[in-house]
Design a protein around this ligand. Structure first.
Ligand code: TYM
Length: 325
């Protein structure tokens, strides 16, 4: 039995990069009867960048609704908000005392922001430690994530090994990242990595007319409609390829190479494939967003289950460290 675990920060609305990089692969893995899945909302992590509480609440609901919209079975599995299980913060403190300063200095998530150190808060710096705690608290084996999280997973393994060395036994289980090569890094509408912080993302749950406006903004070159176009360098084609069937992708590729097919046509096809493939998740997402009490009930039940497991690990860790169990 493999234990799958992954989380999404509640720092913005979930986007196509989160869906393809983490949510869909995780829900897929959770359907295997041999797996047990732990999916959570990393609301503590979101505090490193987002300070507004009302916004956070909205994003938490939105991410929770997304997991459910993709069919995550919360009876069989575990589903919770990180902040409601206090053991995450407790383990994070213990682990931070096993984390060398240079390891955190080397984290890309920190380095990316380190030109302006005055804007870097301590939470952002120790972000990978809290993430390690999230994983190690639940004895997770497989962590489906996008490529940007690979280094954080290596850190979690490293920190766990350091702790185990002190304990003289394998108290913490070393997790493995699961990164889908095809999904690697999903581009945003400007061609950079799709990200909440670059504001270049596609929210597939938008009403059709708003979704259409976002898709229209996808950057393309200025090759005239009649001329052939290079599918391999075009962002619309890349996004379409991640969602469409092989036959549909071949047809679009051929259209690009033949000419007489404009980027506007490709964008319309992308819109249609999103509306078609995500019709049921779009319906369910709106259902959960409008049924707050039901969503809250599901999360609270999940938090009860998560706490039982988290407490078991914390008590082993406390014993090793001489804090009593
Ligand atoms: P977050 O919220 O930034 O992203 C959530 C997941 O979506 C993936 N992702 C992408 N994948 C492909 N292309 C993209 N453009 C793209 N953008 C985002 C991310 O790789 C991630 O898998 N630190 C995590 C949240 C977290 C976590 C954890 C994950 C906290 N604790 C423990 C796993 C295990 C994060 O910031 O994700």
């Amino acid at each position: 039995m493999a234990r799958i675990l992954t989380g999404i920060q509640s720092s913005g609305l979930p986007h196509l990069g989160n869906l393809l990089g983490a949510i869909q692969p995780a829900v897929e893995l959770s359907r295997n009867p041999d797996n047990e899945s732990f999916l959570f909302i990393a609301d503590l992590h979101s505090l490193t960048t987002l300070k507004n509480g009302a916004e956070r609440e909205l994003y938490v609901r939105s991410i929770a609704s997304t997991w459910l919209a993709f069919g995550f079975d919360t009876d069989k599995n575990v589903f919770w908000r990180q902040s409601r299980v206090q053991e995450h913060a407790e383990l994070s403190w213990y682990l931070s005392c096993f984390t060398p300063f240079p390891m955190l200095q080397n984290a890309t998530s920190f380095k990316d922001k380190s030109e302006k150190l005055a804007d870097v808060n301590a939470g952002l710096f120790t972000y990978p430690v809290l993430m390690s705690a999230d994983i190690l608290l639940y004895d997770a084996n497989i962590i489906p994530v996008g490529k940007d999280q690979k280094q954080h997973l290596e850190m979690a393994r490293d920190i766990a090994s350091r702790f185990n060395q002190l304990a003289g036994e394998d108290v913490l289980i070393l997790p493995e990242a699961r990164i889908d090569e095809k999904m690697m890094t999903i581009p945003g509408i400007d061609g950079q990595k799709m990200s909440k912080s670059y504001n270049n993302y596609i929210n597939i749950f938008l009403p059709e007319n708003e979704l259409k406006k976002v898709i229209k903004k996808i950057v393309s070159d200025s090759t005239p409609l009649e001329e052939p176009k290079d599918p391999e360098t075009d962002i619309t084609f890349k996004l379409y390829s991640l969602l469409a069937s092989d036959a549909e992708i071949d047809t679009m590729r051929q259209n690009y190479l033949n000419g007489g097919y404009g980027y506007g046509h490709a964008k319309q096809a992308l819109l249609e494939v999103i509306l078609d493939r995500y019709a049921e998740p779009r319906r369910l997402y709106n259902y959960y967003m409008n049924n707050n009490d039901e969503l809250e009930g599901i999360l609270k039940a999940g938090e009860e289950k998560a706490r039982v497991i988290a407490r078991r690990t914390i008590s082993k860790v406390r014993r090793v460290l001489g804090f009593g169990s």
